[in-house]
Design a protein around this ligand. Structure first.
Ligand code: NAP
Length: 246
């Protein structure tokens, strides 16, 4: 186990990629605080982490609400006494071509995907600086690098996360806090399940490794970025996309 006695926070940990990251970090010995907006999902993951012999604190918290995030941090520090790892994973899509995109969908995506990352990162910054150590991994997307028709809001949020990652990496490097991002391609979760079959067929043709990614593919990369194996890496964006964007 490579994360023994580490304390981690995973946002959007109730399902999909966040759930898989939570379980993998727990299997490697970390205690996990998960936050999500869905209470039932949180309870399910809490049971799974408990079965692995690790502590799990579930929080019904909306990452867009700074006060909720700060209250959560206080409770985590009270219980775990420290925070070693933050995984900013919570994210949504509200796809539409720009001509049809409304302000509500623009704001929702920017708020959850980008402001949520700001809120949670800001909340852990002081404790991590005090500890003189920490790891932050932000879940971006290849869409934040290459853009995508129908996803101007999502691309802007994920591109913003990448720029945010590099800036904060520079700010926190002297305190031994590494800040990196992963940029998944097409990963099989509820988020991508709703896409039309013909779109998925077209996507598959663009993936050199000739398969869609699994949440575990992303989780393993996140594990690398929070482990000692990546201690000299900060401000980096690792694509987890089967070679889709080179
Ligand atoms: P998912 O299955 O939809 O899971 C996202 C989780 O985040 C859900 O549990 C969701 O809660 C939670 N969430 C949503 N809004 C929240 C908020 N305001 N506060 C706290 N939690 C919130 O999505 P996923 O596919 O696992 O995606 C995870 C991350 O990977 C996202 O940032 C996404 O943009 C990124 N990503 C995914 C793919 C892909 O192909 N799947 C590709 C590139 C990047 P609910 O259950 O209530 O919705």
């Amino acid at each position: 186990m490579i994360l023994k006695e580490k304390a981690a926070i995973v946002t959007g940990g109730g399902r999909g990629i966040g759930r898989e990251i939570s379980l993998l970090l727990a299997r490697e010995g970390a205690d996990i605080a998960i936050c999500d907006v869905n209470k039932e999902l949180l309870e399910g993951v809490k049971k799974e982490i408990g079965a692995l012999g690790r502590r799990c604190l579930p929080f019904e918290v909306d990452v867009t609400k700074m006060q909720q995030v700060e209250d959560m941090l206080l409770k985590i520090l009270d219980n775990f006494k420290k925070v070693d790892i933050l995984i900013n994973n919570a994210g949504i899509t509200r796809d539409a071509l720009l001509v049809r995109m409304n302000e509500v969908d623009w704001d929702a995506v920017i708020d959850i995907n980008l402001k949520g990352v700001f809120n949670c990162t800001k909340a852990v910054t002081k404790p991590m600086m005090k500890q003189r150590g920490g790891r932050i991994v932000n879940v971006a997307s290849i869409i934040g690098i290459i853009g995508n028709s129908g996803q101007a809001n999502y691309a802007a949020s994920k591109g913003g996360i990448i720029a945010f990652t590099k800036s904060v990496a520079k700010e926190l490097a002297s305190r031994n806090v590494n800040v990196n991002a992963v940029a998944p391609g097409f990963i099989q979760t509820d988020m991508t399940k709703k896409l039309p079959d013909n779109y998925k067929e077209e996507m598959l043709k663009m993936i050199p490794l000739n398969r869609f990614g699994e949440p575990l593919d992303v989780a393993k990369t996140v594990l690398f970025l929070v482990s000692d194996a990546s201690s000299y890496i900060t401000g980096h964006v690792i694509k987890v996309d089967g070679g889709m964007v080179m």
